[in-house]
Ligand binder design. Structure first.
Ligand code: C2O
Ligand code: CU
Ligand code: CU
Length: 510
């Protein structure tokens, strides 16, 4: 059975319920199996996240775990070699139950890959799942054939080696996750994602500033401890879980000394949850985005919006005195969507920051961090339109489609062509009532401006990004260059939208 068709059928059912033209009252079309196919499994109640099942809360208040580092098996200088195994692994999350995750090396999140600019990275992936998979090196300038494109799947039981060299200038906060055709959303929400840091040997931040890594992921657990499949509503809005985890833990505790500054690298590894991050009683200083450090720190931020797949580096300075504490929270953010999107109305605590009584002397931040060169004047332009809407479903019912330039992803089609090393200006127009985080593979871009309701805001500082939120009915302009030949994906990083076809192929040619 065709996989996409299955997804679409599921979606059609939910739209019928939502628009009231079918419904769960028994009579409508939602109750009728589609002609000529096995009926899809009975839909769970439509809502997102699912109704607050009285689920016993996970343990809160444990000390924050450090991420487990993937060991380097190479003894050659400037070389990093390791194996990732895509495999099922069970863990006790709710009392008396066991939760089966899909993991890298039995860890949620996956192990930390910590490498330096100039390193050659050689990672073997063994696929022990029953689905095809790939590993995508999100944000890194790796050759297209090594980038885990959906066109290069690793079959169940098979393995392959990914190999690439990290150029000087690529220091930043990246991540890796699966990217198989149509299965990315599921593999990520079942646990497959990990942080990848590329370090510079000349990082300007004082070494006295300790680093903390925060991988934020979403988990939905049913009362029996299992991770349920996506509902039809999830396929439209993007899945949000009923637990937001930090390094795989629920509301853990991090300590800080009065006066101390910490450098937090934060990854939004959720499928669809927007993180509007705020730390009670504190401001944050932004020092870096996806692809590395800013030119200079941006202090005094009360909140930072981190769309799915985005990363930031922030400095948190303990400005209170012992025994204070603070809570890192995600505030409500309306990203559009149908029905109830949980995160649009709820503030969720992520982590507690507790002051110790030891005092640390303040460390001044350097005023110059990184010499980001402006990409310069573009010599060509592209325009992309993101849209979603009701397609023509069976029996007059609608099904939701998520399209770029009116098309759904086809791995065999080339949608756009760019010349290597040519500066382009891309205009991304969102004509839908939902936010979509735009992501382009293979390079980092610079946002130029954002236009909403006819008002254009010029981007206040240069930053390297590979993902940018394009809010509902917003238009974002960015400059970009691709430095390697071959096929690159661009897509919405709400993974349910990506897996349903809100993705295209860019061919970079000579
Ligand atoms: Cu993080 Cu094409 O993905
Ligand atoms: Cu990517
Ligand atoms: Cu989207």
């Amino acid at each position: 059975m065709d996989r996409r068709r299955f997804i679409v059928l599921g979606t059609a059912g939910s739209v019928a319920v939502l628009t009231g033209c079918g419904g769960s009252d028994g009579g409508g079309m939602a109750a009728m199996p589609p002609t000529g196919t096995a009926p899809p499994p009975a839909d769970p109640p439509v809502s997102n996240p699912p109704p607050a099942t009285p689920v016993t809360p996970l343990t809160v208040g444990q000390p924050l775990n450090d991420l487990v580092r993937l060991a380097n098996t190479s003894t050659t200088p400037n070389e990093f070699a390791a194996t990732l195994v895509a495999q099922r692994a069970s863990k006790a999350m709710l009392p008396g139950t066991s939760t089966e995750f899909w993991t890298y090396n039995s860890m949620v999140p996956g192990p930390l890959i910590d490498v330096f600019e100039g390193d050659t990275v050689r990672i073997r992936l063994e696929n022990q799942l029953s689905q095809e998979t790939t590993v995508h090196w999100h944000g890194l300038p790796v050759p297209p054939a090594q980038d885990g494109n959906p066109m290069d799947p690793i079959a169940p039981g098979a393995s392959r080696i990914y190999e690439f060299t990290l150029p000087v200038g690529s220091a930043g906060t990246y991540w890796y996750h699966p990217h198989p055709h149509e299965f990315t959303a599921e593999q990520v929400f079942r646990g497959m994602a990990g942080l990848l840091i590329v370090r510079s040997r000349t990082d300007p931040m004082p070494s006295a500033i300790e680093e903390t890594l925060l991988v934020i992921s979403d988990l939905r657990l049913a009362a029996d401890g299992t991770i349920p499949a996506n509902t039809p509503m999830d396929w439209q809005n993007g899945r949000e879980g009923n637990y937001v985890l930090v390094n795989g833990q629920y509301q853990p505790v991090l300590t800080i000394n009065p006066g101390q500054s910490q450098r937090w690298r934060i990854l939004n590894a959720t499928n669809a949850r927007y993180l509007r991050l705020a730390l009670t009683g504190h401001t944050m200083t932004l020092i870096g985005t996806d692809g590395g450090l800013l030119r200079s720190p941006v202090p005094g931020l009360d909140e930072i919006l981190l769309a799915p797949a985005e990363r930031v580096e922030v400095i948190v300075t303990a400005s209170l005195s012992s025994p204070a504490s603070a809570v890192l929270r995600t505030l409500p953010y309306n990203r559009g969507g149908m029905g109830m999107v949980g995160s649009s109305s709820t503030t969720i605590p992520l982590l507690t920051l507790t002051y110790t009584s030891a005092v640390t002397a303040a460390v001044a931040l350097p005023s110059a961090l990184n010499s980001i060169a402006d990409l310069g004047v573009p010599t060509t332009t592209k325009r992309l339109v993101f849209s979603s809407g009701m397609g023509m479903g069976g029996m007059g019912g609608g099904m939701m489609s998520f399209l770029i330039d009116g098309k759904s992803f086809d791995p065999a089609r080339i949608d756009l062509t760019s010349r290597v090393n040519e500066v382009e200006q891309w205009t991304i127009e969102n004509r839908s009532s939902m936010d979509h985080p735009f992501h382009l593979h293979g390079t980092q871009f610079q946002v130029v401006s954002r236009t909403r309701s006819g008002v254009t805001a010029t981007e206040p500082y240069l930053a390297w990004r590979d993902t940018v939120n394009v809010a509902a009915f917003e238009t974002v302009v960015l400059n970009v260059v691709q430095h390697q030949l071959g096929k690159r994906m661009y897509h919405c990083h709400i993974l349910e939208h990506e897996s349903q076809g809100m993705m295209g192929v860019l061919d970079v040619v000579a």
